[in-house]
Design a binder for this molecule. Sequence first.
Ligand code: SF4
Ligand code: SF4
Length: 226
Amino acid sequence: MIITQKRELKDLMENIKDYKSFFLVGCSECAALCGTGGEPELSAMKEELEKQGKQVTGTFVAKTGCQVLGTKIELKKTSKEAVENADCILVMSCGAGTQTAVELFKDKAVYVTNDSLFLGNMSRLQMFDERCSLCGECILDKTGGICPITTCPKGLLNGPCGGTNEGKCEVSSDIECAWVRIYNRLNDINRLDDMKKTVEPKNWAAHKKPMKLNVREQSSSKKDKA
Ligand code: SF4
Ligand code: SF4
């Protein structure tokens, strides 16, 4: 999931000072779980804006804010008038959800209320850890399923470095050394020989910005070749 954090309210208020009426958009998936864009956060934002003399024409929590077509259909069904009556849209989700709104509300100003931080795993309620950096060419098959690109601060493909100390990382004693974790994991699954294999330099071109994937096109070209 995409981990988001609320931005400073005073910065948001500065950004939106020229607008009077707002439609608020949240997301029931990642933003709701992060406590940045579910129903309670939208209600709190509505209250805050009204306290500051602004008008809120409506609120809407998208099922999945980064799903453009689905969000468009939901919005049309539930909030057409409220959207029309607003002169600014506030999006309380991630940067992807915000750009859905930019695409859907072509004639409205759109502002984001959150910073998007990373792709995270939720270990406990509202506790998130980064495990994958979406590098485009996964090496987990070579590292016992633990990602050194993300969980080693140096992103070492072959490790550990000389700074590892009693299982901790030299960058911070709060971080377990990713390569000690990899070693222990390989040991546990009787794959320690994999430690002797050098991981080849990564093809960073596998992650070109902006990434695109059209699964339907891919499967029809596979069918044509078969
Ligand atoms: S190698 Fe790491 S960053 Fe790359 S896809 Fe796999 S888990 Fe994600
Ligand atoms: S101590 Fe371990 S986790 Fe830290 S930088 Fe070195 S190899 Fe990476």
